[in-house]
Write a protein that binds this ligand. Structure first.
Ligand SMILES: [Zn+2]
Length: 325
């Protein structure tokens, strides 16, 4: 057995010469089992090199060969029904839904890896070592997809309208970058389907105060929405500090007390909710804020989306998720 304790286990794809994974070699019923390679006249025999008892089909390789079967038993898949389904797609589909989906997915991967280690590298791993790798992989999956207690939703992935509000949505942001710092603000108004309604940006002269830029973005965004006579609006900002200042009790002694009070007044006069979003959901507004900071105009109304934001808008509208950093 080849094993070097100083080299961490890593995901390699032993089926290609350069160990790199290509989806072509794994999907669409083209997992390069010997049965398939034989069918394509790329290998003289179709029978399993490990047990020699049957043709090496996908299910034989991953599940039914005695070496794979004992691994599945070892990690808790002992129900005979698990081994009786002969339709690959059904079997995978059943495995990847439900409570055992993570261990199932890791089991498929390590079953395939072990087959390659055995037949290409002449390595045989113990069940406990394979099981350890499977459990580590499950932990990795869990860390990638944090499941909330009410089940299902994945809070590491952020959408532009993460709360799925079905009204007009305003995203705002401030920006304060460079040396000497230039600060700006901006925002975007879309309907619930992500269709662009309006955008704005502006430069704040002689300031390097990011809190002011964030507050000012909210203020200017709300004014614009009120001018557009929008009935019901949700305003997203990624500054929790701002939101707490605006939603909290009146602040008299804050350096931005006047601006904060102006925003409070606008909110109390209109049907607006203020919500926090994570930066990953606020990328379009961030674009406008940076645009503002790099311009010299106090305020620009963008009737149509500027070129640099169009792809982002499209991705947002399609519901593409942004992974948190
Ligand atoms: Zn076999």
């Amino acid at each position: 057995m080849k094993f070097n304790a100083s080299i961490e286990d890593t995901f390699i794809w032993t089926n290609n010469k350069n160990d790199s994974y290509t989806t072509k070699s794994a999907c669409h019923n083209s997992v390069p089992t010997l049965s398939l390679l034989n069918y394509r006249k790329m290998n003289p025999s179709a029978s399993c090199v490990r047990c020699g008892l049957q043709d090496e089909t996908f299910l034989h390789c991953i599940r039914d060969c005695e070496f794979s079967r004992s691994l599945w038993h070892y990690i808790g898949f002992t129900n005979p029904n698990f081994f009786s389904n002969m339709d690959v797609y059904d079997w995978i589909k059943m495995g990847t839904i439900g409570t055992h989906s993570l261990i199932f997915s890791a089991g498929v991967w390590w079953s395939w890896r072990h087959r390659n280690l055995m037949s290409l590298n002449n390595e045989t791993w113990s069940l406990s070592r394979l099981s350890f790798n499977i459990r580590s992989m499950v932990e990795t999956f869990k860390n990638c997809f944090t499941i909330t207690p009410n089940g299902g939703s994945v809070d590491r992935f952020i959408k532009w309208n993460n709360n799925n509000f079905s009204c007009t949505i305003l995203n705002v942001d401030g920006s304060c970058l460079g040396s000497p710092a230039r600060s700006g603000f901006g925002g975007i108004i879309r309907n619930t389907f992500g269709h662009y309604l309006a955008g704005f940006s502006g430069y704040i002269q002689g300031s390097s105060d990011i809190l002011y830029a964030e507050l000012y973005a909210i203020y200017k965004g709300l004014l614009l929405a009120i001018n557009m006579s929008i009935d019901e609006l949700v305003c997203y900002s990624d500054s929790l500090h701002c939101i707490n200042l605006i939603k909290g009790p009146q602040v008299k002694f804050h350096m931005h007390a006047v601006l904060i009070q102006d925003i409070k007044d606008l909110i109390s006069q209109s049907n607006v909710s203020l919500c926090h979003t994570l930066r990953e959901g606020n990328q379009c507004a961030d674009f406008f804020a940076k645009l503002g900071a790099s311009s010299d105009a106090d305020f620009t109304n963008h009737d149509s989306p500027p070129e640099g934001v169009q792809d982002l808008l499209k991705n947002n509208a399609l519901g593409i998720l942004f992974q948190r950093d």
